[in-house]
Design a protein around this ligand. Structure first.
Ligand SMILES: C[S@@+](CC[C@H](N)C(=O)[O-])C[C@H]1O[C@@H](n2cnc3c(N)ncnc32)[C@H](O)[C@@H]1O
Ligand SMILES: [Zn+2]
Length: 271
């Protein structure tokens, strides 16, 4: 049995080596890269992050710049996970964080079921070599192929937020783990690209329907070693979409940069 449900009729999905099927005879093939496409409205198009963005993020993360964040997310997942837990990474990208907490849970003998979804086929294709034990699906956070009250933990690392969906799929008392950037995050990078860079405005740690269970803040300077790393980091941010080619090109002449990274990893408990 899969942790995902049929996106057409909502019935449970049975997983075999090659496909997923529901009792209503809807069938979804598992791709060569090991994910299943449960996105109904895709119509052949590509959604979410494109190949260039995915590659930039993957290369950047593999260099270890964000390992401290990765470890903090894993620690937070481990704090709340126990045998039998169902854990969903919503907007998992290339499963950089997902595979780390999955492997750590396996190492510690905690038998959890880990599901990962992302709207980008490119991201999931790039997750191919990551932990085979993770069930990966192309799907939208705004309409997740996941049953009501079926998840113990949702992890969201810089992916879109959909309160209603997260509340729907979490069990009562379930945990929503969110990573957010703090005030000075990447400020030195913004100073290069923008004439008038702003610090991030950090909202109070509150979400309706949840109570804050734990918050950890992580502030450290990271020295980016190459122009490619600097550009890759910028491409990982939401600013990238809103920046002109001319401003982005300002990064071409920078070959190393000390930059502030500041995150909060928040755990909210569903009321
Ligand atoms: C900034 S990336 C973060 C990826 C990953 N969590 C990480 O931190 O490495 C945001 C991700 O959200 C995905 N995404 C965007 N819109 C989405 C949606 N509606 N449903 C699911 N994923 C979405 C993108 O494809 C992308 O992989
Ligand atoms: Zn079905």
């Amino acid at each position: 049995m899969s942790g995902f449900v049929c996106p057409v009729c909502g019935l449970p999905l049975d997983r075999t080596e090659k496909s997923y099927t529901c009792a209503g005879n809807h069938c979804y093939d598992i791709s060569k890269s090991g994910y299943v496409n449960l996105l109904l409205s895709q119509k052949g198009g590509n959604h979410g992050d494109d190949k260039i963005m995915v590659k930039a993020r993957r290369d950047f993360l593999e260099k270890g710049y964000y390992n401290a964040l990765r470890d903090k997310i894993t620690d937070t997942v481990k704090k709340y996970a126990s045998d039998g837990a169902v854990i969903l990474d919503a907007g998992c990208g290339e499963c950089f964080y997902t595979s780390h907490f999955y492997e750590e849970l396996v190492r510690e003998g905690i038998k959890a079921e880990v599901l990962a979804l992302d709207i980008s086929k490119n991201a999931l294709a790039a997750a191919k070599s990551r932990s085979k034990g993770i069930e990966k699906a192309v799907a939208s956070i705004f309409h997740m192929p996941v049953a009501d009250s079926s998840c113990d933990i949702i992890v969201n690392v810089f992916a879109p937020f959909c309160r209603e969906e997260f509340l729907r799929v979490l069990k009562p008392g379930g945990i929503y783990i969110q990573t957010i950037p703090l005030e000075e995050h990447l400020f030195e990078l913004k100073e290069i690209v923008y004439d008038n860079p702003y610090k991030n405005q950090v909202e109070p740690y509150r979400i309706d329907g949840f109570e804050l269970a734990k918050s950890s803040e992580l502030r450290r300077k990271v020295v980016l070693q190459t122009t490619d790393d600097i550009k890759a980091l910028f491409m990982m941010t939401p600013y990238y979409y809103r920046t002109s080619e001319k401003d982005f090109a300002k990064l071409d002449s920078v070959d190393s940069l000390k930059v502030s990274t500041e995150f909060a990893v928040l755990a909210f408990k569903k009321k």
